[in-house]
Design a protein around this ligand. Sequence first.
Ligand code: GLN
Length: 245
Amino acid sequence: MTLRIVPFYPELLSIYADRGNVRVLEQRARWRGIPVDVSPLPLGSDLDPGAVDAILIGGGQDRDQALVADALVAQVPALRSAIADGVPVLAVCGGYQLLGHAYVDQSGNRTPGTGLVDLETHAGPDRLIGNVLVEAEVDGRTERMVGFENHAGRTTLGPGVEPLGRVITGAGNDGVSGHEGCRVDRVIGTYVHGPLLPKNPWLADLLLGWACAHRGRSGELTPLDDRFDLVAADAAATIALAERR
Ligand code: GLN
């Protein structure tokens, strides 16, 4: 019952170390004796919705988002099928923006998104850059989420689309609403890079548990020793708070 992790177009969508999220899921599974297969989806290839247990989509510059958009949109039927079957999706920044209807850059160029989540992103006049600290709400749990953001996009969630969390410091979706990311069942979008998962092991295990459950394994994961992860997260949170904007 090998766990099948599919990063989308990592050669184009992996800025600010987002490919580290793949490594974290892989390693946290392996530490529990769970066999893992990581099969990056190359641009232009088709996703087999029946052969995936977790999907990751990283961030990218405007140019890279435009390069992958058509190929990604062509995968919408397969993505919808996988998501409907309970496959978790983690989409970061540029990938998060492409979960929505479109990303409109600072020159007004419109890059089509998948429309998997009712949201839309328009670039603002400047970039929202810095350390970010978020109070995330998932399944009634409140968790700290810490990392780094760098984006021109301002994302507006559609009615009924829940944010992933509340910004404590940083900009989040738009620097105004106080919201960060989005969450629709097992589809999570966020502006938090870093990469995200090393300093937020709770989120890594949430995704891993969902992926295991989808694969027909128990979603209950044996606890790991996360002391170093949490020391790193504490340090990052202290820096973010000291920078409070
Ligand atoms: N190009 C997008 C923006 O600037 C996403 C950037 C990113 O993925 N960090 O908003």
